[in-house]
Design a protein around this ligand. Structure first.
Ligand SMILES: O=C(O)CCC(=O)C(=O)O
Length: 315
């Protein structure tokens, strides 16, 4: 079932009919949940909590937050993902190839040479406990520092939704281009499978499939747009999901400045890039043909200080 839907939405010829894709802009189909929180304002470009639109799907409990990242926030996280998170010691798919000289940074090299080929080659970055794509096992030895700002953002969102003890300890940043897909999978490597998974979308729109615990269940297809946030918790934490299609959008959500500001003393330079159109331009150009997804997880169980390796576990 999951595979059939995936194939259907991935198809270029004939293109899929998108009428059945759940659209959080059309809330007649689903009900929204009021947020009962006196959360303080935060500095990472989110709308104020009182105006959040939070949806839950009956068949896939979890939370879907519609456009909660303001323009300035979308810009901030895009700059962080492209310019900063792509740097060493974070791990990227480019590490296996000798495409970027050791003393240079991927984003700078792309900008200096207007290198379109290299810019599309970055597909993922891992932060904190690095996801091991082969073994799917996190270890203490394969771990970097988790970015403080992304940790605070994720903690803030989960707290508002009632998950009081969430700690951001690992993240995968996925970089999609117009022909990219991410096949159906579940995320089960974390020792803590009760903690939610927080996923942020920026740039072009994705058709996202959320299915059940087996591939036999039919998934729900939904649009994820720039600024949307998905919190996979409870039943949906271990459900199959994937991205069969990226859609080219007409409006650039990250260009519609509302009255919003972002005060972040620690990352003043990033905020400055977001506000200065000339500095922001290369990042906006990237988003016009790409989608960025940040996928944040907690790895450790509550009270657990570190991961044990197998020999430690036996003693
Ligand atoms: O791109 C997305 O929205 C989902 C990414 C994802 O499922 C993952 O990184 O495990």
């Amino acid at each position: 079932m999951f595979k059939d839907s995936f194939k259907y939405y991935k198809s270029k010829n004939p293109p899929p009919d998108l009428d059945k894709v759940l659209d959080f802009d059309n809330i007649e189909k689903i009900s929204s949940r009021a947020i009962d929180a006196q959360a303080s304002s935060n500095s990472y470009g989110l709308k104020s909590v009182q105006t959040w639109n939070v949806y839950e799907l009956v068949e896939h409990p979890g939370n879907f937050l519609n456009y909660e990242c303001e323009t300035i926030g979308q810009r901030y996280w895009t700059v962080r993902c492209l310019q900063d998170y792509s740097k060493k010691p974070n791990k990227t798919n480019l590490d296996a190839f000798n495409l970027v000289p050791d003393d240079k940074q991927w984003w700078d090299v792309c900008q200096n040479n207007n290198n379109k080929l290299l810019i599309n080659k970055l597909r993922w970055v891992t932060l904190g406990y690095h996801h091991d794509w082969d073994t799917k096992i996190y270890t203490e030895e394969n771990k970097g520092e988790f970015p403080k700002d992304l940790g605070s953002l994720s903690k803030y969102i989960t707290q508002v939704l009632g998950f009081l003890n969430f700690n951001a300890e690992a993240a995968i940043v996925n970089y999609y281009h117009m022909d990219s897909t991410l096949s159906g999978h579940t995320d089960y490597s974390e020792q803590n499978l009760e903690a939610p998974l927080v996923s942020f979308s920026f740039g072009q729109t994705a058709v996202f499939l959320l299915g059940g615990k087996t591939k036999e269940e039919e998934p729900t297809a939904m649009f994820l747009r720039s600024g949307d946030i998905v919190v996979m918790s409870k039943e949906s934490r271990l459900c199959y999901h994937g991205v069969p299609k990226i859609l080219q959008i007409d409006s650039r959500f990250w260009d519609c400045f509302e009255q919003n500001d972002l005060v972040n003393k620690e990352f003043k330079e990033i905020v400055n890039i977001c506000k200065e159109e000339a500095l922001w331009k290369p990042f906006g150009d990237y988003l016009s043909h790409s989608r960025i997804n940040i996928n944040v997880r907690q790895v450790l169980r509550r009270g657990q200080k570190r991961l044990c390796n197998e020999s430690e576990e036996k003693t």
